[in-house]
Design a protein around this ligand. Structure first.
Ligand code: NAI
Length: 319
């Protein structure tokens, strides 16, 4: 990998690039030679209204520093129009950063179906639409880099954000499968779950913390992950305030049961539930960090050789 990561002549689409994180990604891509599509609907944090100014301001900023950019004002739910802007202006699309987002917070008891649907629409369906429209171009040119923007709220849950959490974890699933389907075409797909100062977090976090959370601190890993020399794919990263860490799934070694239904009962689960939760290597299976299904063949043949399963008897509180 060269010492300076150039994006010369790469065509980069950034959704929601009229402010916050998207804007600072766009500026850095442009500084490094990319031709950038600045998409932004220009609505409120809750997703109301639209305004071309948000995208135009960033396009102007890039042009003033000698870079190349075009604006697009469509909603990500019309992702094909955004990709068309890239193709019409620059003839290709190399990188898609799915970044646009809104919030419609409410506790689950108070959340309406409209609030739920709108957030899923913008975050998850929007990312799908962009990927769907860019995919044929990426496949054909055997090159593509995609970032889906998840959130700690998606990975871990957050009070008042069932809509947002569901949509954000949905983006992880979308990325994981696209990473597999893109493998033979040099299309790398990764996820970030950032934390940064923006209109989304101002007012939610204390001022001294916000001070550390400049959106610029998320930029390096996004550019690294979308560079042509990067071979990382199917991974989730948490960037914030200069920290970058990877988050991955972990599968416990679990417990094997005799699968004969005469003793494979809820009481058998009760008896061994503590073992199911054990995260230490066992003779029949090690703890894993999986990126695919467990290899069940060996487990199934070992399970068939077990004696009948013991039933019940363990106090639930001891688990
Ligand atoms: P932001 O509100 O500053 O930026 C989001 C941009 O998306 C706005 O400019 C908005 O106009 C645009 N947008 C909204 N709906 C759109 C649509 N339908 N089509 C096109 N553009 C649309 O927020 P921020 O913080 O920059 O967020 C960027 C992404 O990062 C979002 O996906 C957000 O959920 C995610 N994120 C941000 C975190 C943070 O700490 N700021 C934490 C975790 C995730």
């Amino acid at each position: 990998m060269s010492s300076r990561l150039s994006f010369k002549d790469r065509v980069v689409i950034i959704t929601g690039a009229g402010g916050g994180l998207g804007r600072v990604y766009a500026l850095e891509y442009a500084k490094r030679g990319a031709k950038v599509v600045i998409n932004d609907l220009g609505g409120t944090l809750g997703g109301a209204g639209h305004n071309s100014k948000a995208a135009d301001v960033v396009v102007d900023e890039i042009k003033k520093m000698g870079g190349v950019a075009v604006a697009n004002y469509d909603s990500v739910t019309d992702g094909e129009k955004i990709v068309k802007t890239a193709i019409d202006a620059f003839g290709r699309v190399d990188v898609v950063v799915n970044n646009a987002g809104i919030l419609r917070d409410a506790s689950f008891a108070k959340m309406t179906s409209a609030q739920f649907a709108m957030v899923v629409d913008v975050h998850l369906t929007g990312a799908y639409k962009l990927c769907k429209a860019a995919w044929p171009y990426m496949k054909k040119q055997k090159f593509g880099r995609i970032i889906n923007t998840s959130s700690p709220a998606g990975l871990y849950g957050n009070f008042g954000q069932t809509n947002y959490s569901a949509a954000k974890l949905g983006q992880v699933g979308l990325a994981e499968t696209l990473a597999k389907e893109g493998h033979n075409y040099n299309i790398k797909v990764n996820v970030i779950a950032p934390l940064a100062r923006s209109r989304m977090t101002e007012g939610l976090l204390p001022a001294h913390i916000l001070k550390q959370l400049a959106p610029e601190k998320v930029v390096p890993i996004v550019l690294y992950l979308t560079h042509e020399d990067t071979d990382v794919t199917n991974a989730i990263f948490e960037p914030a305030a200069g920290y970058n860490g990877q988050v991955r799934w972990q599968r416990s070694s679990g417990e094997l049961f005799n699968p004969d239904e005469s003793t494979y009962t809820p009481e058998a689960i009760l008896n061994k539930f503590g073992k199911i939760l054990e995260f230490k290597d066992k003779p029949f299976k090690a703890v894993e960090y999986p990126t695919q299904l467990a290899d069940y063949n060996a487990l199934i043949s070992a399970a068939r050789k077990l004696p009948p399963n013991p039933q019940g008897s363990v106090k639930l509180t001891s688990l």
